[in-house]
Design a binder for this molecule. Structure first.
Ligand SMILES: Cc1cc2nc3c(=O)[nH]c(=O)nc-3n(C[C@H](O)[C@H](O)[C@H](O)COP(=O)(O)OP(=O)(O)OC[C@H]3O[C@@H](n4cnc5c(N)ncnc54)[C@H](O)[C@@H]3O)c2cc1C
Length: 459
């Protein structure tokens, strides 16, 4: 039995606590937010405050990998999610077959998972407990972390401290305070801002397509829907800090008018009514942190999990799945930690590099080219899609008439296979490259022209 101390009860920290407890380990879980979720999960969207989680009411889609991990570690949670209104979408009628997506609002999902964790006798949830430092073994070098301290002065010691405090973790400061070398920090800033609003189907209406989402790529942004539970869904508009009109999107009537003017989105707005105001969220960076540098681990007894370890543009919807995969790996290996903390730090880092970090380079490249396209479009210049988007477009187009490629493309998009498995296949690339070459430099015909967009937001 190992004693884990987890910082942060977001989806990553909760999943980790659950998987550890069910394998017989003891867990102390610290969460800065003080409110428990409501007893009735479907009401969480309306009533659970969650100040510590800025993305709480942004649109979320839950990819195949997250459901696959839950199925092996906690199948009862999948059942409870369905009871709370989530739909498990089996896309067998779609060109991308056999992929299970979970459609449910983020806070409803989190309330269900939190209840499952709270029911575990081996987990102690400390809510309203902000962590503000680590405790290291005196004289250890690199520092061996043996616990944490809260802002209220509570100490908690354990075999392993798991930092699941999200993309804005203060772990770098905490480690510096116990004498660690700086961790490796690879960051690629993006200008992206998401503006999201939730809607609910009017009585008697049904969702327009059997998919979890509809997406429309625009040269100056993009629009996406995320199907949720209880007839609710999110509509998100991607804009950027260099778009002078981004502020107007947070006005309820302008947001609605923009969505209505995009035909694929109008199919959703026409059958629904809004249930909240548009919410904007920026600081959407790509970031990869590593606790091992050229000299070895910068610390032991401490690991990064979920968004704290790596996060990419939420448009790819990868965060929860990758956090779950890491949580499963931790739960399966944590017993090795107490006897060999330095060895464990190296081994966990190596696993993370192989299974999680492989998604980082492609996300950075895709975002850099999308940001460049959006900047050109906002300046009124021709704005062709970048090379990464062209590869994606080629895959979607080729997959329609090729069931094997469709299956492999779906497995990649749902993180069930690593990127190299598809993009490293010469047969696939020999088909993709001519398509990309044939579409290079083409300026997309926006479903809502930039001129019409500006007219709507300034009306
Ligand atoms: C706009 C947006 C949209 C997204 N959409 C998707 C999507 O569609 N699909 C998907 O899979 N992922 C999506 N993500 C990512 C997803 O939200 C995260 O990957 C997921 O929540 C797992 O993150 P986490 O548990 O590591 O951290 P978080 O969920 O951010 O949770 C961190 C927790 O730590 C707590 N905390 C922070 N600091 C402290 C402290 N010092 N002491 C105690 N507690 C602390 C916070 O209050 C919070 O509860 C999106 C993210 C954003 C920003």
């Amino acid at each position: 039995m190992t004693h884990a101390v987890i910082i942060g009860a977001g989806l990553g920290g909760l999943a980790c606590a659950l998987f550890l407890a069910r394998r017989g380990h003891e867990v102390d879980l610290f969460e800065r937010d003080g409110d428990d979720p409501p007893a009735d999960p479907p009401s969480a969207f309306a009533s659970w405050t969650r100040r510590g989680l800025p993305q709480a009411r942004q649109g979320h889609g839950f990819l195949g990998l997250s459901s696959e991990v839950l199925k092996t570690e906690a199948p009862d949670v999948l059942d409870r999610l369905v009871e709370a209104g989530a739909s498990v979408i089996d896309m067998t009628n779609h060109p991308l077959p056999q992929v299970k997506l979970l459609a449910v609002r983020r806070l409803v999902y989190e309330a269900v998972l939190r209840q499952a964790v709270a029911a575990e006798t081996r987990v102690r949830i400390h809510r309203g407990a902000t962590v503000d430092g680590l405790i290291a073994e005196p004289g250890s070098s690199p520092p061996r972390v043996i616990g944490l301290r809260t802002a209220a002065g509570q100490d908690c010691r354990g075999d392993l401290v798991i930092d699941a405090s999200g993309r804005w973790t203060k772990g770098a400061e905490w480690l510096a305070a116990v004498g660690a070398r700086p961790w490796r920090d690879d960051v690629s800033e993006t200008p992206f801002v998401y503006v999201t609003r939730h809607y609910r189907l009017k009585a008697g209406e049904v969702f327009p397509v059997p998919l979890v989402a509809s997406s429309v790529d625009l040269s100056y942004g993009g629009a996406t829907t995320f199907k949720g539970d209880d007839g609710a869904f999110a509509m998100a508009f991607l804009t950027s800090t260099f778009d002078p009109y981004r502020g107007a999107l947070t006005k309820a009537d302008r947001f609605h008018a923009v969505m209505e003017a995009i035909p694929a989105m109008a199919a959703w707005t026409s059958i629904a009514t809004p249930i909240n105001e548009p919410l904007a969220l920026g600081r959407i960076d790509n970031r990869l942190r590593s606790l091992v540098d050229g000299e070895g681990p910068v610390a032991s007894g401490y690991v990064l999990l979920g968004d704290a370890a790596m996060h990419t543009n939420p448009v790819f919807a990868r965060g929860v799945s990758l956090a779950y995969a890491q949580a499963r790996q931790l739960a399966a290996t944590i017993e090795q930690q107490p006897a060999d903390p330095l060895g464990y730090a190296v081994a966990f880092e190596a696993w993370t590099r192989e299974h999680i970090n492989v998604w980082y380079p492609g996300s950075v490249q895709a975002d850099l080219s999308k940001a460049a396209q959006m900047a050109r479009s906002c300046r009124g210049e021709d704005a062709p899609a970048g090379p990464m988007a062209a590869v994606g477009n080629a895959m979607w187009a080729l997959a329609i008439n090729d069931p094997d490629l469709a299956r492999r493309w779906a497995r990649l998009n749902h993180l069930l296979d690593p990127p190299a498995k598809l993009f490293g296949d010469p047969m696939v690339m020999s088909r993709v490259q001519p398509y990309v070459a044939g579409h290079q430099g083409l300026v997309p015909d926006d479903a809502l022209s930039r001129g019409d967009f500006e007219a709507i937001v300034t009306a």
